[in-house]
Design a protein around this ligand. Sequence first.
Ligand code: SF4
Length: 298
Amino acid sequence: MIQDEILKLKKEKNAVILAHYYQDKEVQDIADYVGDSLALSKIAATTDADLIVFCGVNFMAETAKILSPEKKVILPVKEALCPMAMMITKKKLKRYKEANPDRVVICYVNSYADVKALSDVCVTSSNAEKIIMSYKDRKMLYIPDKNLGTYLADKYNLDIDVWPGFCCIHNNLTVDDVLALKEQHPSALLLIHPESPLAVLKMADYVGSTKGILDYATASEHEEFIIGTEDGILHPLQKNNPNKKFYILSSGLRCYDMKLTKIEDVLYALQNETYEITVDPKTLEGAKKALDKMMEMS
Ligand code: SF4
Protein backbone atom coordinates (compact mmCIF):
# COMPACT_ATOMS: atom_id res chain seq x y z
CA MET A 1 0.00 0.00 0.00
CA ILE A 2 1.28 3.47 -0.86
CA GLN A 3 0.83 4.70 2.72
CA ASP A 4 3.06 1.87 4.02
CA GLU A 5 5.80 2.71 1.53
CA ILE A 6 5.68 6.36 2.57
CA LEU A 7 5.93 5.47 6.27
CA LYS A 8 8.86 3.11 5.61
CA LEU A 9 10.81 5.68 3.59
CA LYS A 10 10.03 8.41 6.09
CA LYS A 11 11.60 6.34 8.87
CA GLU A 12 14.63 5.35 6.79
CA LYS A 13 15.35 8.95 5.82
CA ASN A 14 14.44 10.55 9.16
CA ALA A 15 11.93 12.70 7.33
CA VAL A 16 8.96 14.67 8.61
CA ILE A 17 5.86 15.32 6.50
CA LEU A 18 4.13 18.65 7.04
CA ALA A 19 0.77 19.30 5.40
CA HIS A 20 -1.33 22.43 5.23
CA TYR A 21 -5.05 22.20 6.10
CA TYR A 22 -5.86 22.92 2.44
CA GLN A 23 -4.29 19.67 1.20
CA ASP A 24 -6.37 16.68 0.08
CA LYS A 25 -7.50 14.50 2.96
CA GLU A 26 -5.27 11.55 1.91
CA VAL A 27 -2.25 13.86 2.15
CA GLN A 28 -3.39 15.28 5.51
CA ASP A 29 -3.84 11.76 6.86
CA ILE A 30 -0.29 10.62 5.98
CA ALA A 31 1.34 13.77 7.43
CA ASP A 32 3.09 13.94 10.79
CA TYR A 33 1.70 17.42 11.33
CA VAL A 34 -1.25 19.19 9.75
CA GLY A 35 -1.60 22.88 10.40
CA ASP A 36 -1.74 26.44 9.14
CA SER A 37 1.27 28.51 8.10
CA LEU A 38 2.17 29.57 11.65
CA ALA A 39 2.00 26.10 13.21
CA LEU A 40 3.94 24.51 10.35
CA SER A 41 6.58 27.26 10.47
CA LYS A 42 7.10 26.59 14.17
CA ILE A 43 7.52 22.87 13.54
CA ALA A 44 9.93 23.53 10.66
CA ALA A 45 12.02 25.74 12.95
CA THR A 46 12.38 23.11 15.66
CA THR A 47 12.23 19.69 14.01
CA ASP A 48 15.01 17.12 14.48
CA ALA A 49 14.25 15.53 11.11
CA ASP A 50 16.92 15.63 8.37
CA LEU A 51 14.40 15.97 5.58
CA ILE A 52 11.26 18.11 5.55
CA VAL A 53 8.59 17.14 3.01
CA PHE A 54 6.32 20.17 2.74
CA CYS A 55 2.89 19.46 1.28
CA GLY A 56 1.57 22.89 0.43
CA VAL A 57 2.63 25.63 -1.97
CA ASN A 58 6.18 26.77 -2.62
CA PHE A 59 6.34 29.88 -0.40
CA MET A 60 5.54 27.58 2.55
CA ALA A 61 8.37 25.17 1.74
CA GLU A 62 10.65 28.17 1.20
CA THR A 63 9.66 29.51 4.63
CA ALA A 64 10.53 26.13 6.16
CA LYS A 65 13.94 26.27 4.45
CA ILE A 66 14.60 29.79 5.78
CA LEU A 67 13.72 28.72 9.31
CA SER A 68 15.73 25.49 9.08
CA PRO A 69 18.55 26.29 6.64
CA GLU A 70 20.62 23.25 7.57
CA LYS A 71 17.79 20.83 6.64
CA LYS A 72 16.87 19.56 3.22
CA VAL A 73 13.37 20.82 2.38
CA ILE A 74 11.40 19.39 -0.53
CA LEU A 75 8.14 20.35 -2.18
CA PRO A 76 6.49 17.31 -3.82
CA VAL A 77 5.01 19.26 -6.77
CA LYS A 78 7.20 22.06 -8.05
CA GLU A 79 4.29 23.74 -9.90
CA ALA A 80 2.39 24.28 -6.62
CA LEU A 81 2.59 28.08 -6.44
CA CYS A 82 0.52 30.67 -4.60
CA PRO A 83 -0.75 33.34 -7.02
CA MET A 84 -0.92 35.91 -4.19
CA ALA A 85 2.80 35.54 -3.46
CA MET A 86 3.51 36.45 -7.08
CA MET A 87 1.57 39.73 -6.84
CA ILE A 88 4.49 41.59 -5.29
CA THR A 89 8.12 41.81 -6.40
CA LYS A 90 11.31 42.91 -4.70
CA LYS A 91 11.74 45.68 -7.28
CA LYS A 92 8.28 47.18 -6.68
CA LEU A 93 8.63 46.95 -2.91
CA LYS A 94 12.03 48.68 -3.04
CA ARG A 95 10.50 51.51 -5.05
CA TYR A 96 7.64 51.86 -2.55
CA LYS A 97 10.04 51.92 0.40
CA GLU A 98 12.16 54.65 -1.19
CA ALA A 99 9.05 56.81 -1.59
CA ASN A 100 7.69 55.94 1.90
CA PRO A 101 10.66 55.44 4.24
CA ASP A 102 8.56 56.07 7.36
CA ARG A 103 6.24 53.07 6.92
CA VAL A 104 6.85 49.80 8.81
CA VAL A 105 6.62 46.96 6.29
CA ILE A 106 4.46 44.09 7.55
CA CYS A 107 4.76 41.09 5.28
CA TYR A 108 2.28 38.24 5.09
CA VAL A 109 4.09 34.89 4.89
CA ASN A 110 2.39 34.36 1.52
CA SER A 111 5.37 35.99 -0.18
CA TYR A 112 8.82 35.04 -1.46
CA ALA A 113 12.11 35.25 0.41
CA ASP A 114 13.42 38.32 -1.45
CA VAL A 115 10.28 40.27 -0.46
CA LYS A 116 10.45 39.06 3.15
CA ALA A 117 14.10 40.17 3.25
CA LEU A 118 13.00 43.78 2.59
CA SER A 119 10.33 43.68 5.32
CA ASP A 120 10.43 44.60 9.00
CA VAL A 121 8.39 41.66 10.23
CA CYS A 122 6.37 38.74 8.83
CA VAL A 123 2.90 37.70 9.95
CA THR A 124 0.48 34.87 9.29
CA SER A 125 -3.30 35.10 9.47
CA SER A 126 -3.05 33.64 13.01
CA ASN A 127 -0.84 36.37 14.43
CA ALA A 128 -1.36 39.36 12.06
CA GLU A 129 -3.77 41.12 14.42
CA LYS A 130 -1.48 40.85 17.44
CA ILE A 131 1.66 41.93 15.56
CA ILE A 132 -0.03 44.78 13.68
CA MET A 133 -1.51 46.09 16.94
CA SER A 134 1.97 46.32 18.42
CA TYR A 135 2.69 48.94 15.69
CA LYS A 136 -0.68 50.68 16.03
CA ASP A 137 0.85 54.14 16.51
CA ARG A 138 3.05 53.82 13.43
CA LYS A 139 2.34 54.18 9.73
CA MET A 140 2.40 50.76 8.08
CA LEU A 141 2.46 49.04 4.73
CA TYR A 142 0.79 45.62 4.62
CA ILE A 143 1.89 43.30 1.79
CA PRO A 144 0.69 41.60 -0.34
CA ASP A 145 -2.94 40.85 0.73
CA LYS A 146 -5.21 43.87 0.40
CA ASN A 147 -8.10 42.14 2.18
CA LEU A 148 -6.41 41.19 5.44
CA GLY A 149 -4.73 44.61 5.61
CA THR A 150 -8.00 46.44 4.89
CA TYR A 151 -9.89 44.38 7.46
CA LEU A 152 -7.45 45.26 10.28
CA ALA A 153 -7.13 48.91 9.22
CA ASP A 154 -10.94 49.19 9.30
CA LYS A 155 -11.38 47.30 12.58
CA TYR A 156 -8.87 49.40 14.53
CA ASN A 157 -8.78 52.60 12.45
CA LEU A 158 -5.08 52.16 11.67
CA ASP A 159 -2.91 53.97 9.15
CA ILE A 160 -2.10 51.03 6.87
CA ASP A 161 -1.32 51.23 3.18
CA VAL A 162 -2.32 47.95 1.57
CA TRP A 163 -0.68 46.30 -1.41
CA PRO A 164 -3.25 45.42 -4.10
CA GLY A 165 -2.64 41.65 -3.97
CA PHE A 166 -5.25 39.04 -3.08
CA CYS A 167 -6.00 35.36 -2.73
CA CYS A 168 -7.78 34.22 -5.90
CA ILE A 169 -9.94 31.89 -3.81
CA HIS A 170 -11.12 34.00 -0.86
CA ASN A 171 -11.27 37.24 -2.85
CA ASN A 172 -14.11 35.82 -4.97
CA LEU A 173 -16.52 35.51 -2.02
CA THR A 174 -19.52 37.81 -2.31
CA VAL A 175 -22.34 39.17 -0.16
CA ASP A 176 -24.72 37.16 -2.37
CA ASP A 177 -22.88 33.93 -1.47
CA VAL A 178 -23.50 34.71 2.19
CA LEU A 179 -27.17 35.62 1.67
CA ALA A 180 -27.81 32.42 -0.30
CA LEU A 181 -26.22 30.13 2.31
CA LYS A 182 -27.83 32.01 5.21
CA GLU A 183 -31.22 31.49 3.58
CA GLN A 184 -30.58 27.73 3.34
CA HIS A 185 -29.12 27.45 6.85
CA PRO A 186 -30.50 30.33 8.91
CA SER A 187 -29.21 29.12 12.27
CA ALA A 188 -25.65 28.36 11.13
CA LEU A 189 -22.80 30.60 12.34
CA LEU A 190 -20.67 32.19 9.63
CA LEU A 191 -16.89 31.72 10.06
CA ILE A 192 -14.67 33.46 7.50
CA HIS A 193 -10.99 33.81 6.69
CA PRO A 194 -9.67 37.42 6.61
CA GLU A 195 -8.31 37.07 3.05
CA SER A 196 -11.96 37.71 2.02
CA PRO A 197 -13.44 41.08 0.99
CA LEU A 198 -14.45 43.48 3.78
CA ALA A 199 -18.18 43.52 2.89
CA VAL A 200 -18.27 39.74 3.37
CA LEU A 201 -16.19 39.83 6.56
CA LYS A 202 -18.61 42.34 8.07
CA MET A 203 -21.37 39.71 7.86
CA ALA A 204 -19.34 37.07 9.76
CA ASP A 205 -19.91 35.81 13.29
CA TYR A 206 -16.19 35.05 13.49
CA VAL A 207 -13.23 36.18 11.39
CA GLY A 208 -10.02 34.23 11.82
CA SER A 209 -7.27 32.09 10.39
CA THR A 210 -7.88 28.53 9.27
CA LYS A 211 -6.71 27.29 12.66
CA GLY A 212 -8.85 29.94 14.35
CA ILE A 213 -11.91 28.70 12.44
CA LEU A 214 -11.15 25.10 13.41
CA ASP A 215 -10.72 26.00 17.10
CA TYR A 216 -13.78 28.25 17.15
CA ALA A 217 -16.08 25.60 15.64
CA THR A 218 -14.67 22.88 17.90
CA ALA A 219 -15.14 24.93 21.09
CA SER A 220 -18.59 26.27 20.13
CA GLU A 221 -21.86 24.91 21.54
CA HIS A 222 -23.39 25.66 18.17
CA GLU A 223 -24.09 22.77 15.80
CA GLU A 224 -24.09 24.31 12.32
CA PHE A 225 -21.50 26.46 10.60
CA ILE A 226 -21.02 28.10 7.21
CA ILE A 227 -17.32 27.96 6.39
CA GLY A 228 -15.66 30.73 4.40
CA THR A 229 -12.24 29.29 3.69
CA GLU A 230 -10.61 26.68 1.44
CA ASP A 231 -12.55 23.41 1.48
CA GLY A 232 -9.60 21.28 2.72
CA ILE A 233 -10.54 22.53 6.21
CA LEU A 234 -13.74 20.47 6.06
CA HIS A 235 -11.72 17.30 6.72
CA PRO A 236 -10.28 18.32 10.13
CA LEU A 237 -13.53 20.12 11.03
CA GLN A 238 -15.54 16.95 10.46
CA LYS A 239 -12.90 14.75 12.10
CA ASN A 240 -12.88 16.88 15.27
CA ASN A 241 -16.65 17.43 15.29
CA PRO A 242 -18.44 14.37 13.91
CA ASN A 243 -21.84 15.55 15.22
CA LYS A 244 -21.69 19.09 13.84
CA LYS A 245 -22.68 20.26 10.36
CA PHE A 246 -20.46 22.33 8.09
CA TYR A 247 -21.50 24.02 4.85
CA ILE A 248 -18.91 25.48 2.50
CA LEU A 249 -19.77 29.10 1.64
CA SER A 250 -18.96 28.73 -2.07
CA SER A 251 -18.04 25.89 -4.40
CA GLY A 252 -15.20 28.17 -5.58
CA LEU A 253 -13.37 27.73 -2.28
CA ARG A 254 -10.94 25.22 -3.72
CA CYS A 255 -7.32 26.22 -4.27
CA TYR A 256 -6.06 24.63 -7.47
CA ASP A 257 -2.42 24.94 -6.39
CA MET A 258 -2.98 23.44 -2.95
CA LYS A 259 -4.79 20.50 -4.50
CA LEU A 260 -2.00 19.68 -6.97
CA THR A 261 -0.22 17.44 -4.44
CA LYS A 262 -1.47 13.86 -4.44
CA ILE A 263 -0.36 11.02 -2.21
CA GLU A 264 1.63 9.51 -5.14
CA ASP A 265 3.60 12.77 -5.32
CA VAL A 266 4.50 12.45 -1.64
CA LEU A 267 5.89 8.97 -2.28
CA TYR A 268 7.81 10.11 -5.37
CA ALA A 269 9.19 13.08 -3.44
CA LEU A 270 10.47 10.84 -0.65
CA GLN A 271 11.97 8.33 -3.09
CA ASN A 272 13.79 10.96 -5.15
CA GLU A 273 14.15 13.77 -2.59
CA THR A 274 12.58 16.25 -5.01
CA TYR A 275 12.00 19.11 -5.48
CA GLU A 276 14.62 20.66 -3.29
CA ILE A 277 14.08 24.25 -2.15
CA THR A 278 17.11 26.52 -2.14
CA VAL A 279 17.49 30.17 -1.12
CA ASP A 280 20.65 32.21 -1.65
CA PRO A 281 22.40 32.88 1.70
CA LYS A 282 22.10 36.68 1.69
CA THR A 283 18.36 36.62 0.93
CA LEU A 284 17.89 33.84 3.46
CA GLU A 285 19.57 35.90 6.18
CA GLY A 286 17.33 38.93 5.54
CA ALA A 287 14.14 36.87 5.32
CA LYS A 288 15.05 34.96 8.47
CA LYS A 289 15.29 38.22 10.44
CA ALA A 290 11.69 39.12 9.50
CA LEU A 291 10.48 35.58 10.29
CA ASP A 292 12.40 35.37 13.58
CA LYS A 293 10.86 38.69 14.62
CA MET A 294 7.42 37.22 13.90
CA MET A 295 8.24 34.19 16.06
CA GLU A 296 9.35 36.45 18.93
CA MET A 297 6.20 38.56 18.68
CA SER A 298 3.60 35.79 18.22
S1 SF4 B 1 -5.67 29.54 -0.91
FE1 SF4 B 1 -5.14 31.56 -1.73
S2 SF4 B 1 -3.44 32.31 -0.48
FE2 SF4 B 1 -3.63 30.07 -0.14
S3 SF4 B 1 -2.22 29.14 -1.63
FE3 SF4 B 1 -4.23 29.22 -2.62
S4 SF4 B 1 -4.20 31.19 -3.73
FE4 SF4 B 1 -2.51 31.28 -2.25
